[in-house]
Design a protein around this ligand. Structure first.
Ligand code: ZN
Ligand code: FE
Length: 245
């Protein structure tokens, strides 16, 4: 069993400290100081920094954390292959999820003893959104999003940025009749006005309300005038429209 502590870092990044019996790992430390304060409060030893990809807003705290704690830094490679990664008590599956960047990965902890699994999605999947396609490959991103959507529905989703409200405001323009989406938008407005975090989501909630996963939906296709297009073509059009939103 572990706990996940969500930290807001930089302008709108999320950094996650995972703690289990005095040992911790941190995922995507955009900056070091909130992480160091959390470790001190917990009295936990930092074993490693894990990064979902090498962009500065996910790695900016790495050097200072190494200097202050002597932890390891585990940066992704860009092989795209899934692999196991054990760090102390944490047994991650590293999912290769290229699309936002060639080196993007997600860190998955499967469910144990009735505690649902967790997936840390960086800039691949957001609550209600997905990352920009710096690879220019909608095919790669679509395959990566499908890999995440296939995880167990109760899996908790921890993403790399809080773009939640803006994502749902965009999505309702394309899915005005999606009542689950409208409920998520109302909830996101409430959380934004409280200044609360919007993670975790779940895979089930993303499948129901994340327009970037919903390329097969007939109503979405009708709104886009793309009834006979492939799923990748529909996804790519949704992404293009978001880029201009
Ligand atoms: Zn990024
Ligand atoms: Fe980012």
């Amino acid at each position: 069993m572990h706990t996940v502590i969500t930290l807001g870092t930089l302008a709108d990044n999320y950094t996650f400290v995972l703690e289990s019996q005095g040992e911790a790992v941190v995922i995507d430390p955009g900056e070091a100081s909130p992480v160091l304060r959390t470790l001190e409060r917990l009295g936990s030893r930092l074993l490693a920094v894990l990064c979902t990809h090498a962009h500065f807003d996910h790695t900016g705290g790495n050097q200072e954390l190494v200097r202050r704690t002597d932890c390891e830094v585990l940066l992704p490679d860009d092989s795209g292959a899934d692999r196991m990664l054990g760090v102390g008590p944490f047994e991650f599956t590293v999912l290769g999820t290229p699309g936002h960047s060639a080196d993007s990965v997600c860190f998955y902890l499967p469910e144990v003893d009735g505690q649902p699994g967790d997936v840390f999605t960086g800039d691949t999947m957001f609550c209600g959104g997905c990352g920009r396609l710096f690879t220019r490959s909608p095919e790669a991103m679509w395959a990566s999003l499908c890999k995440l959507a296939a995880l167990p529905p109760e899996t908790r989703v921890f993403c790399g940025h809080d773009y939640t409200l803006e994502n749902y405001e965009f999505a309702v323009t394309l899915e005005p009749e999606n009542s689950a989406l409208r409920a998520r938008l109302a909830e996101a407005r409430r959380l934004a006005s409280d200044g609360s975090v919007t993670v975790p989501s779940t895979i089930a909630a993303e499948c129901a309300t994340n327009v970037f996963l919903r390329a097969a939906d007939p109503n979405l296709r009708r709104v886009l005038g793309m009834e006979s297009a492939t799923d990748v073509e529909v996804f790519a059009e949704v992404r293009r429209r978001k880029d201009r939103f």
